[in-house]
Design a protein around this ligand. Sequence first.
Ligand code: ZN
Ligand code: FE
Length: 259
Amino acid sequence: MHTPLCGHAIGDPSEYAQQAIKLGFAEIGFSDHAPLVSHEDPTITMSVQQLPDYHKMCEEVRRNYKSQLGIKIGIEADYIPGYEEKTRAILNGYPYDYVIGSVHYIRHWGFDNPEERQEWETRDVNAVYRLYFQLLRQSAQSGMYNIMAHVDLVKKFGHRSSIDLSDEVRKTAEVFRNQGVAIEINTSGLRKPVQEIYPSLWNLKIYREAGVALTFGSDAHRPEEVGKDFEKAVALASEAGYKEYVLFKNREIERAVKI
Ligand code: ZN
Ligand code: FE
């Protein structure tokens, strides 16, 4: 879940907490976009200077809702090759419950950014998919992340690979398992042009077969998106054969919960 600090989410964290209580959740977690390490863009992430505000904000809402709701404090950090040390320094600055890794960039191209959507016209879609999975593996190998976000985000605008990518996904799942990295079922894809949960069922089955742990996320950028479409997410998890999901604390799996 995000906060207005990233420049493209709205609503006070307390409104996110209230929505979660309304839905009967026992626990939620914030994971706003960490400062970009390659360049600055106030419409995409908070700045380094805003990190203390982020933590103050999350800790305050955690304190205020303590008796009604568990609140974990995490962060979503982009994987940008060559900037690992800078990223690690940011992530080591605070005691997170979990760090979500995400791939939104292929070199300098923000492939899921609506403003850079044009670039798809000049690209070989199959090659983009391959590069994307390669970056997912590299992210997990960096050892910086507990969970990888939306692991087939490349489909966001509906571009589909015309080749069988099972081997790519299998290789990726093996790296995740070996690194102890979990994945998430992220319902925000339903609110995007592709209108599909991330990841697709066939991907999810491969992760389950490889023994990769699972979390649930709504990727909420506004209070009413908290827990959105979770009944669909749970159905998808079961269909893929998942029997449990995991909760994180202090950057480790705290416990598994039956689905
Ligand atoms: Zn966002
Ligand atoms: Fe993301």
